[in-house]
Ligand binder design. Sequence first.
Ligand SMILES: NC(=O)c1ccc[n+]([C@@H]2O[C@H](COP(=O)([O-])OP(=O)(O)OC[C@H]3O[C@@H](n4cnc5c(N)ncnc54)[C@H](OP(=O)(O)O)[C@@H]3O)[C@@H](O)[C@H]2O)c1
Length: 226
Amino acid sequence: MSTILITGANRGIGLELTKQYAAAGWTVIACCRKPAEAKALRAVKGAVEIQPLDVTKPASLAKLKKALGNRPLDVLLNNAGVSGKRLGFGKTDPKDFLSVLHVNTVAPLLVTEALLGNVRRGKLKKIVSISSKMGSIGDGPAGGAYAYRASKTALNMVMVNAAGELKGKGIAVAVLHPGWVRTDMGGRSAPLKVSESAAGIVKVIDGLDLATTGRFINYDGKPLPW
Ligand SMILES: NC(=O)c1ccc[n+]([C@@H]2O[C@H](COP(=O)([O-])OP(=O)(O)OC[C@H]3O[C@@H](n4cnc5c(N)ncnc54)[C@H](OP(=O)(O)O)[C@@H]3O)[C@@H](O)[C@H]2O)c1
């Protein structure tokens, strides 16, 4: 059976993806900052292995890499993300801005670089990062949340750049918008249930291959403008 590694797997979209992949018989390496506190994650049935990972901490990533060794990963899923303070024009806080960029843009690249050897050893060879339509320039940004929007736009560039470089190694890369989802980040008025979002994401990942690599895709499979 296939193996997927998911970051930020203790709540929200990452937790639901863990449940759905485990229910489908996959082995899930579910990463989170505080495994001891991850009650909902520990309750997921199936082949779920919990690994500690703070995506912004080099020592934590090095420890994960060592724990994985030469183990193949079919799919690497960069899901962990933060919204930051969602500050508007005139309120820019450099510390908040940079910390959002660190988690949402720099960390997915570092995780991808660190675990590339494992993905190369996997059969499916897919790297997927959860982005956001809020990072789409073509979609016409509605204002506000400067750091979050910029972090996802930059994530898209990072991953499409990597898609070009990794295609020759047989690895397919995509960035996905999960929809506006009812999670801690999405809030209560979000229209989409986390189960619907995750089911769509699973389908999109299933259809990802070298012919479709380097795209920005909605959870329902439709392409999104950069
Ligand atoms: N919900 C939406 O409507 C929506 C829309 C567009 C895009 N997204 C994206 O979808 C992804 C998941 O969002 P969500 O709605 O599930 O958010 P969420 O409920 O707030 O969960 C965020 C997850 O990221 C983890 N995380 C944050 N910083 C981390 C770090 N430094 N190291 C490791 N893990 C870290 C959190 O862990 P802790 O519990 O330890 O904090 C948590 O597991 C994010 O990339 C988000 O930007 C969400």
